[in-house]
Design a binder for this molecule. Structure first.
Ligand code: ATP
Ligand code: MG
Length: 579
């Protein structure tokens, strides 16, 4: 399995370069630290996070957010929140709002630096005119197919368009008419005049403006021509005074174009573009196109479906923002593509939840237990520790009564060898309460299914230990029938069965048909009655759960966030063995 590199940016199995104080920094932080030290950009650090509002953010974006906001903060700099909204056909206000919410929830603050590329449309138009005047851009009237053909291939140089030699005045006039809406969509484009024979296809006279009669979510119908991504991005960076423009590896081949645009225009500054490897995770997809397809084709319930790697999905699932930040920091930055094991993310989530979430008792598959020697109308309030990891969390009272629920699979009428939990004639501990012994089993006469257990309790074992030193081999969680709150619990499994969905077959073919199981009649302890949506708990012995937004006053719904069991240590061992 390919693996991540550490924060130094060096391969984890290769030597780590040591450069004085910056030795522990990743390769981007090193560059920035050196720039600050040498007073480049007067020592300022201004970064930006530039999402296109054409979908919801995912864990890969979280990596970019942590990096851009993180580096700026480390140097007392600033990070702009910039929407790269140049393609109105795919962009929506819903996405803008969702993205803002997600970045804030992750814990980052862009203060007053909320920017939109669409706010620069006038300036960008002027820059385009400037290029035309300098003989560096021309209006081409080939259609899309012809432009493709003329562009050539990786092996073959492209050919000049017959319109490449248009005079400046003709280009100015045509461009003006493009803007005025005098031409059909697709009939003309504005292209940078660079080099049709360049070994880098991005430099073969890339299109910088196209006609598109689509209403924009901000500028409405003011424009019918829209600037292309590369042109917009480089100039927006410069307009905003960005010092370090951090982007993912697929833009490495675009860097010469980024630099060309800034070199050929009269711009306030020339930011430095630096590329890093995008985050890939096993058992999931991090492509907006694929995520959109999952949502649109209803393979999931929406962008915030807890099975998705979207930030809103992870939030709903119960992942703490702090755990996502820790994960993004831990995986570090690499210069080459790699895939991170999703167990590493789950490990970070579990670590955080273990420290911070209160313990409660809930029974997913209830089996009724009647304590025959417990008085019918008596209720014992037993003390239960809220969080053994947090001394300040204290204890709570949990009602114990004659009738209880335990987990159905904590009982076996004919226990196999290694089954130590409840069985006929056997004694176990009920967590923080008493020892109980099974003295009878009630079955459905028709199906023979166990419907109830008859037990006795030992009043001397209150608190869960026996004064005579008697030992039991299992401790079970339980809920008092009379006090229990019924709940719905949603159990999630991986959305995909393949480690690398889409690698050997269409990604949809590897969708896990059992990625969601709903259990409707779970019974949880009464302290959860008023649990707020979004609050997180450890259900003793079962895992971490989070109250879902679907909960109502009458019905509480829990999402299982993660299991208690941590597979990450095992994954790390196998990685070491492979090395
Ligand atoms: P597309 O451009 O195909 O719509 P995208 O995932 O690149 O999708 P953007 O909105 O352009 O989406 O991304 C915003 C920022 O997040 C960009 O700077 C991009 O490089 C970064 N980013 C996107 N995906 C990842 C990833 N998997 N890992 C790290 N950074 C990412
Ligand atoms: Mg992108």
């Amino acid at each position: 399995m390919p693996e991540s590199t550490n924060r130094s940016g060096a391969d984890s199995n290769g030597p780590t370069e040591v450069v004085g104080e910056t030795a522990s920094l990743d390769f981007i932080r090193k560059i920035v630290a050196e720039d600050v030290a040498s007073k480049k950009n007067d020592g300022r650090v201004i970064t930006r996070f530039p999402p296109e509002p054409n979908g919801y953010l995912h864990i890969g974006h979280a990596k970019s957010i942590c990096l851009n906001f993180g580096i700026a903060a480390e140097h007392g700099g600033m990070c702009n929140m910039r929407f790269d909204d140049t393609n109105p056909a795919k962009e929506e206000v819903e996405y803008v709002e969702a993205i803002k919410k997600d970045v804030e929830w992750l814990g980052f603050d862009w203060t007053d630096r909320l920017c939109f590329a669409s706010d620069y449309f006038d300036q960008l138009y002027e820059y385009a005119v400037q290029l035309i005047n300098a003989g560096k851009a021309y209006v081409d009237s080939l259609d899309a197919e012809e432009i493709r053909t003329y562009r050539g291939t990786l092996q073959e140089a492209g050919r000049n368009s017959p319109h490449r030699t248009r005079s400046t005045s003709e280009n100015l006039l045509l461009f003006e008419k493009m803007r005025a809406g005098e031409f059909e969509d697709g009939s003309h484009v504005l292209r940078a005049k660079i080099d049709m024979a360049s070994g880098n296809i991005n430099m073969r006279d890339p299109t910088i403006y196209r006609i598109r009669r689509t209403s924009h979510h901000r500028t409405k119908d003011r424009w019918c021509i829209y600037p292309m991504y590369d042109f917009t991005h480089a100039l927006s960076d410069s307009i905003e005074g960005i010092t370090h423009s951090l982007c993912t590896l697929e833009f490495e081949d675009h860097r010469p174009l980024y630099d060309w645009i800034l070199d050929e225009s009269t711009v306030p500054c020339h930011p430095q573009q630096i590329e890093f490897a995008r985050l890939n995770l096993t058992y999931t997809v991090l492509s907006k196109r694929q995520l959109l397809q999952l949502v649109q084709d209803q393979h999931v319930t929406g962008w915030d479906d807890p099975r998705l790697p979207t930030i809103s999905g992870m939030r709903r699932r119960g992942y703490p923002a702090a755990a996502i930040r820790v994960f993004c920091d831990r995986i570090g930055l690499a210069k080459r593509e790699n895939v991170i094991d999703i167990a590493a993310l789950e490990h970070a989530v579990r670590e955080d939840l273990n420290r911070h979430s209160p313990r409660v008792m809930g029974v997913l598959h209830p089996l009724k237990v009647v304590i025959e020697n417990f008085p019918e109308d008596q209720v014992d309030e037993v003390d239960v520790i809220n969080n053994p990891e947090d001394a300040t969390a204290g204890t709570r009272k949990v009602p114990f009564s004659r009738e209880l629920y335990i987990e159905r699979d904590d009982f076996h009428s004919d226990p196999p060898k290694k089954f130590f939990r409840l069985a006929p004639g056997r004694e176990v501990r009920l967590r923080c309460a008493y020892f109980i012994k099974c003295v009878g089993v009630v079955r459905d006469p028709k199906t023979d299914e166990v419907t109830e257990l008859r037990c006795t309790y030992d009043p001397a074992t209150r608190g869960g230990s026996s004064p005579d030193g008697r030992k039991v081999k299992a401790t079970l969680h339980w809920v008092s029938v009379a006090h229990a709150v019924e709940a719905e619990v949603r159990l999630y499994d991986r959305l995909f069965l393949d480690e690398h969905p889409g690698e050997n077959r269409d990604f949809l073919e590897s969708l896990n048909p059992d990625s969601l199981k709903v259990i409707r009649s779970c019974q949880v302890e009464p302290s959860l009655k008023k649990a707020q949506s979004g609050s997180r708990y450890q259900f003793e012995r079962l895992g971490y759960f989070c109250v879902d937004i679907d909960s109502t006053n009458n019905r509480i719904v829990f999402n299982r966030t993660v299991l208690l069991r941590d597979t990450w240590a095992k994954v790390q061992r196998s990685m070491q063995a492979k090395r």
